[in-house]
Design a protein around this ligand. Structure first.
Ligand SMILES: [Fe+2]
Length: 172
């Protein structure tokens, strides 16, 4: 009796495990895809911060030049961590400017903003976009039970929220 029930349940369990594994793979693919978009946004914001660091002018020059530098250095490090996480999930990371332009949620500058205030407003909007995007990646990571990516997203959200707070304070 016991043996019969075992032989009946094993194939069912194996099938369930296989289905579960396939579902998890799909979820991992979704995480890698979401991370690729977020990497593109992070890199575009990195480029924007660097662009403004070089070209900012005005009475707040020293403070803004230095704040933008802190931001681009942090964003560069973050981009590396995001790309390496995508690799750890078994996918290749996007890395060409064309791929980043196609995937980013942060709009690339077509020309230099007119003044420091416009730079601050553009960066504020970009950090808010990145924070929202990180939240979406976090959701995909939770669905895939991917705690490492989820941890990384909490870190990213904390950075973008803090940067947005500072830029908002500067914009008053
Ligand atoms: Fe510099």
């Amino acid at each position: 009796m016991h043996k019969t029930s075992m032989t009946k349940t094993v194939p069912v369990k194996a099938e369930a495990l296989a289905r579960n594994a396939a579902g998890k793979m799909q979820n991992v693919d979704a995480v890698a895809q979401a991370l690729s978009g977020f990497l593109a946004s992070t890199y575009t914001l990195y480029q924007k911060s660097l662009f403004y660091h070089w070209n900012v002018t005005g009475e707040n020059f020293v403070g803004l030049h230095s704040l933008f530098e802190q931001h681009y250095e942090e964003l560069h490090k973050a981009g590396d961590a995001l790309a390496e996480r995508i690799r750890a999930l078994g996918h290749f990371a996007p890395g060409t400017l064309g791929e980043f332009c196609a995937l980013t949620q942060v709009e690339e500058d077509k020309k230099l903003p007119s003044d420091a205030r416009q730079m601050i407003m553009n960066l504020l909007e970009s950090h808010e976009i990145c924070s929202q995007e990180a939240r979406l990646v976090l959701k995909a990571a939770e669905d895939a039970e991917d705690d490492v990516t989820a941890d990384l997203m909490i870190e990213r959200m904390a950075f973008h929220d803090k940067a947005a707070w500072m830029l908002r304070a500067l914009s008053k």
